[in-house]
Design a protein. Structure first.
Length: 199
């Protein structure tokens, strides 16, 4: 008969996994992926290195899970911004503004998520989540086009271009620790022009 964990044992395992991820996110925000070795994450979490390996087979697997853990929160925040009531075009711009403002508030973490050189598994996750951000924006663009608030266009193409452009244009400001006031007005203007809306 196979071994089944008791609820108490499972809860302890779940808590340990959560502690590992919390420690990893802290290190990611401070040092990027280079600082997220299994040994460093274990030390930050106050556990033995072997305990991390019970949950993650390698640094690559841990890095992918850290990426997913953080970016899922970012996708949720952008989705909530897009769902707010109001002007159809403003709701699209709010996707970009939310994406950028959250990045600028945690520049080292955002740099790691967006552009830091990483192993292939993390790079593949970046593509998955870019599509998630694109899909949120594309849905809003399609609604605005259907309502006549924006000119006819391919919503997925425009959304993909916006997400790609935002990722690229944030590289400099993130490295320079620029403020939201330095970036968001120009970003808003860029988005409106890219969408074909009024500036």
């Amino acid at each position: 008969m196979p071994y089944r964990r008791t609820p108490r044992v499972q809860a302890r395992m779940d808590n340990l996994r959560a502690a590992i991820l919390a420690a990893g996110v802290e290190l990611l925000a401070e040092q990027g992926y280079a600082g997220c070795s299994v040994a460093a994450v274990a030390a930050r979490a106050g556990i033995a290195t072997g305990s991390v390996y019970k949950h993650f087979a390698s640094k690559a697997e841990l890095s992918v899970e850290l990426f997913r853990f953080v970016v899922n929160h970012e996708v949720d925040a952008v989705a909530k911004a897009a769902a707010q009531p109001g002007d159809l075009v403003d709701r699209i711009v709010s996707v970009a503004v939310t994406f950028a403002s959250r990045a600028l508030r945690s520049p080292r973490l955002a740099y790691a998520l967006l552009v830091e050189p990483v192993d292939l598994p993390v790079e593949q996750e970046r593509l998955v989540f870019r599509r998630a951000f694109r899909d949120i924006a594309a849905e809003r663009i399609a609604h605005a086009v259907d309502a006549g608030a924006l000119p006819a266009q391919n919503p997925e193409f425009t959304a993909a271009a916006l997400i790609g452009a935002m990722s690229e244009l944030l590289v400099g400001p993130l490295a320079e620790r620029a403020s939201e006031a330095d970036v968001l007005p120009a970003l808003t203007t860029f988005c409106l022009r890219a969408l074909g809306g009024h500036t």
